[in-house]
Design a protein around this ligand. Structure first.
Ligand code: NCD
Length: 332
């Protein structure tokens, strides 16, 4: 699936569907814009008027806590009107197709859809069928992409490590089913991270994963050597057709992140996890809650990053009025 659909004829970001094919400047523009939104969340009045009068619909066909909530908070901080469609009680359960659901919500003058779906390509399908003034953000499609998670992870890495140029990053666990890993890998390689490793049992590594520009390891201890950033992934049992791990205990012994294994990485390595975590399966609580964990800051950063993506793709006026660029007294 290419990312071409996400740019307009002038090369501006129109939808946000994947980190694949995004150029370095666009990624940095998102990170820098997010940086300017961090302070909004720390103010007494946590709102800017960039999306005032716009309607955002959160359309989640898969369960989610962090992603759905942070999209909602982000849209509200931009002053948009936000509607969460509960797909458990929506007409899709009566057989309505995804596109019919979208068409109906579009008839209510929605400006931006945030779509999560268990089918890879769902957000693309929607983007292909909406009129050009409607924008789509992919909040996770099957095992394909989860680009705002990828971006918030880049934002978190830059905040703790300063830059990307000298880093060694390891992504550990269920790479095969992970849309997060794919979105991270495209962003990390585009940002010039010189060494990206994936660590997993062979059964959880995609075939020819090296083509993505990563080195693969089946031995976690070898893979963690000298690493600056350790990203743990959830074992996505709901996406596994058959047993891909011998037993949970053995998986934890070989691939669970413990304080003991973390010692093999650099002393100041940070530990990340997109959540939800399986404590005691891919990560030990002593690490998840330990001093090197930045798992909760990732969640907080998700708000500023999602505000940035929404503001950028809604374009035009919104971009002119971004906090960093706004002339001091224009709205006084
Ligand atoms: C991820 C997702 O849903 O893809 N979580 C998230 O967005 N916070 C990862 C996962 O489900 O394991």
């Amino acid at each position: 699936m290419s990312g071409d659909l996400q740019f307009d004829s002038q090369g501006r970001l129109h939808h946000f569907l994947t980190t694949e094919g995004l150029d370095r400047d666009t990624i940095l523009q998102i990170l820098d814009t997010a940086e300017s939104f961090v302070s909004v969340g720390e103010r007494e009045i946590k709102k800017v008027p960039l999306l005032r009068g716009k309607t955002v619909v959160n359309l989640f066909f898969e369960s989610s806590t962090r992603t759905r909530t942070t999209f909602e908070i982000a849209a509200k901080r931009l002053s948009a009107d936000v509607i969460n469609v509960d797909t458990r009680v929506s007409s899709t359960t009566k057989g309505e197709t995804l596109l019919d659901t979208i068409r109906n919500l579009e008839a209510m003058h929605t400006d931006l859809f945030v779509v999560r779906h268990s089918r890879s390509g769902a957000a693309y399908l929607v983007a292909q069928h909406v009129p050009s003034h409607v924008r789509i953000i992919n909040a996770g499609d099957g095992s394909h992409a989860h680009p705002t998670q990828g971006m918030l992870d880049m934002f978190t890495i830059r905040r703790y490590k300063g830059s990307f140029e000298n880093l060694k990053v390891a992504i550990v666990g269920d790479i095969l089913h992970s849309r997060v890993a794919r979105s991270q890998i495209h962003a990390l390689t585009t940002l010039g991270v010189p060494e990206v490793r994936v660590i997993a049992p062979k059964t959880l590594l995609p075939t020819a994963v090296e083509r993505l520009g990563v080195h693969s390891y089946t031995d976690m201890r070898a893979g963690l050597d000298d690493i600056d950033v350790v990203i743990m992934l959830r074992l996505q049992r709901e996406r596994m057709e058959s047993a891909r791990i011998p037993s949970e205990q053995e998986y934890f012994n070989l691939y669970g992140l413990t304080t003991d294994k973390l010692r093999l990485a650099k002393k100041d390595a940070i530990v990340m996890h997109p959540g939800p975590m399986n404590r005691g399966l891919e990560i030990d609580s002593s690490v998840a809650d330990g001093p090197q964990s930045v798992i909760l800051p990732q969640v907080t950063n998700g708000i500023a990053v999602r505000m940035a993506v929404m503001a950028i793709i809604m374009g035009g006026k919104a971009q002119e009025e971004m906090p960093a660029k706004r002339p001091a007294r224009r709205h006084a």
